[in-house]
Design a protein around this ligand. Structure first.
Ligand SMILES: [Zn+2]
Length: 379
């Protein structure tokens, strides 16, 4: 999920917001301010409902953020890199790079999120109970009670044992621990995600048909999203299993042709491009990679500007490059591949460029490995 805009960093992790959050924020604030609060606490001025609705929606999103930040912090403590946190239509995502080392780490990283939501819910519930014991009633107590309920609901829903929910990761950790087989565990969790998705769609459509309206359709939409995400997790798990033990050096194209960033695009097109078999050209200075030009990027430069444009100007910059080491497992590299370099990684040893990995190198490796697995009868 892409962040439409960044709002800052929390615990060292960049936090972004997708525009779709705005839809949910307004729906929640509107539902509370225009429907739920006036019904439960009639006779207040409109501004009081609006203020309470907006405040509850803001605090709800802060709770969601705390949930994702807890995943990110525990993931970092367990040696994983965290690319960022994005809030979007279906809540939040903490983008973790790489995989948990063992079932225990998986359990801690996945379990902390629902735990944090539960604690937030219990906290607001406790405050609401104390206030009502002290004789305080009314709109603001209603907002606290709603926050308590929604956070407990968030904890319970996320703990359902189905990928890609946190509960699915807990299920994966349990199966992984019991069988020692990470791939099998991922497939079990993904299948459970598919089942939950189908159930939610069925339940949502049924509720819509009996008149629950938007709430029913919303459940069905979440179910549809779960089915898609679960299918993707299963494919990734199978690919990871096919590639186990394959190293970057096994699949890379060694010693690729390189160029200097000072060369003009016109020179490259006239003298290199047709003799050149690959669609990406690493730029180096003293053997060190400093950029990567793809044929697509060169093609984007109009012919009349090619003699005035250097390769360095159209290349992915050094800080956008994905670097790998020859001994690294290919499955560790895959989640790092970025769009700028069109899914390519440069392989570096002792600071010098020794190879390049392209998407076709990777798909060839997957094909070879699955053939090998079939031959070994491991399926
Ligand atoms: Zn979570």
């Amino acid at each position: 999920m892409r962040a439409s805009f960044r709002i800052g960093r929390v615990a060292g992790v960049p936090v972004g917001v997708n525009w779709s959050v705005l839809v949910i924020f307004l729906l929640i604030a509107w539902g509370l301010a225009a429907v739920q609060f006036p019904r439960a606490y009639p006779g207040r001025p409109v501004w009081a409902y609006v203020l309470a609705g907006l405040a509850a929606a803001v605090v709800f999103f802060l709770g969601l953020l705390a949930h994702e930040v807890s995943h990110a912090v525990v993931a970092k403590r367990n040696g994983l890199e965290v690319g960022g946190i994005t809030l979007w239509l279906f809540g939040g995502v903490a983008e973790l790079r790489g995989e948990a080392r063992d079932p225990g780490a998986e359990l801690r990283i996945a379990g902390v999120g629902p735990l944090v939501s539960l604690i937030i819910g219990l906290f607001f519930g406790g405050v609401a109970v104390l206030l009502s014991l002290a004789g305080v009633h009314g709109l603001w107590l209603g907002a606290l009670a709603w926050l308590a309920g929604i956070n407990v609901l968030l904890a319970v829903f996320n703990a359902l044992p189905a990928a890609p929910l946190d509960g699915g990761r807990l299920l994966r950790a349990a199966v992984w621990k019991a069988t020692g087989d990470r791939t099998k565990a991922s497939v079990v969790a993904a299948r459970a995600g598919w089942v939950l998705g189908v159930l939610l769609i069925g339940l949502g459509l049924w509720r819509f048909l009996v008149g629950a309206g938007f709430g029913g359709l919303w459940l069905a939409l979440i179910g549809w999203f779960l089915i898609g995400a679960a299918g993707m997790e299963e494919r990734q798990a199978r690919m990871g299993s096919a590639l186990r033990g394959v190293r970057v050096a096994d699949v890379m194209t060694p010693q690729p042709q390189t160029a200097s960033g000072d060369m003009t695009v016109a020179d490259f097109v006239d003298h290199y491009l047709f003799a050149y078999r690959h669609s990406a050209l690493p730029l180096t200075t003293d053997g060190r990679p400093v950029g990567l030009v793809t044929v697509d990027r060169v093609r984007g430069i109009p012919a009349e500007r090619r003699s005035a444009t250097t390769l360095a100007e159209v290349a992915c910059r050094a800080d956008q490059l994905v670097l790998a080491s020859p001994d690294e497992e290919l499955t560790d590299l895959l989640p790092r591949l970025s769009e700028c370099a069109d899914g390519r990684a440069l392989v570096v040893a002792d600071g010098g460029l020794v190879g390049i990995v392209s998407p076709s190198d990777i798909s060839r490796a997957v094909q070879r490995s699955s053939l090998r697995e079939q031959a070994a009868g491991r399926r």
